[in-house]
Design a protein around this ligand. Structure first.
Ligand SMILES: [Zn+2]
Length: 295
């Protein structure tokens, strides 16, 4: 009994540290030079290239934040977006498509983004509900399978599809000459990532793509994550180390044929508990890794 009381007290004393959470930055706009900016707010980070040839935008967050984001873009670029690339179909990245399309942006995305937005492929939204087709104006006008190069504002903007990872329709965007990369949701800087198995995502694919990307960046590359602050190669390496460790820890239990309940109880992600945040708890990320690795 005495032992129990002591261990309970120890648990109480340890609780604040165990509950420490990863956090995301508040709303702000970051100037990366070379006409490139990042708008950090609610939802996925918006990338922006503004120059003589036009206004090129990556992602547009939620419907509710779209009018304010369009105003921010006009204030920086002097005009509404001409081109918009969706890194994937999630509503915190493509939810502003209706407003941006109405404002005149031509929308580009991987073909699977369009298939999910139209509900041609039945999908579950980030709210967990069955997806209902987006309005016509919100749909990508041009779709690609491998990628596309844009030649704008004295820059090569290389949009590259990556294999099944966060979803089955992800693209990253390289600003080649300025050495800036927008990774979409293949990079959550400092917090557990979302790996959307219901949208064709893959745990092993996600880790593969992160590692392949690490090999392509250098110490000067500015990396725009889908969520979190603009990072460096070192930040990406740290995130990969977390995910690599977490995958190995959960996979060891999967190989021992443990049930999901047993794995959650064993807390294999305890060394990385501080990556939990408002949207992804340690338990929910454990569940994603377990389900993904069992596939
Ligand atoms: Zn996403």
């Amino acid at each position: 009994m005495k032992k129990l009381a002591i261990s309970l007290m120890a648990a109480t004393l340890l609780a604040p540290a165990a509950l420490a959470q990863g956090t995301l930055p508040g709303p702000k706009t970051v100037d990366l030079g070379s006409g490139l900016h990042v708008i950090i707010g609610s939802g996925g980070n918006i990338g922006l290239s503004a120059g003589a040839d036009g206004v090129f935008v990556i992602d547009d967050q939620y419907p509710a934040s779209a009018p304010a984001n369009l105003e921010k873009i006009k204030a920086i670029a002097g005009a509404a977006p001409d081109y918009l690339v969706n890194t994937h179909w999630h509503a915190d990245h493509a939810g502003g498509n209706t407003a941006f399309g109405t404002a005149g942006a031509m929308i580009f995305a991987h073909e699977n983004v369009r298939k999910r937005l139209t509900a041609e492929v039945p999908s579950t939204g980030i709210d967990g509900k069955a997806w209902v087709a987006a309005p016509h104006i919100a749909l990508p006008v041009i779709t690609f399978t491998e990628g596309a190069d844009f030649h704008l504002n004295d820059e090569t903007i290389r949009v590259v599809h990556v294999k099944a990872s966060h979803t089955d329709g992800d693209a990253m965007v390289w600003f080649v000459e300025p050495n800036v990369l927008h990774m979409g949701d293949l990079f959550f800087n400092g917090v557990y990532p979302v790996i959307d198995l219901r949208s064709g995502g893959s745990v092993r694919g996600y880790l593969d793509v992160m590692k392949e990307t690490l090999a392509k960046v250098d110490d000067k590359t500015k990396i725009i994550p889908g969520h979190g602050d603009v990072g460096t190669k070192a930040d990406l390496a740290k995130q990969i180390a977390m995910l690599d460790g977490a995958v190995k820890a959960v996979d060891a239990l999967v190989k021992k044929k443990r049930t999901l309940e047993q794995v959650i109880a064993a807390r294999p992600l305890k060394p990385w508990a501080n990556y939990a945040w408002s949207f992804i708890s340690e338990e929910s990320f454990t569940t994603t890794l377990y389900n993904g690795l069992k596939q």
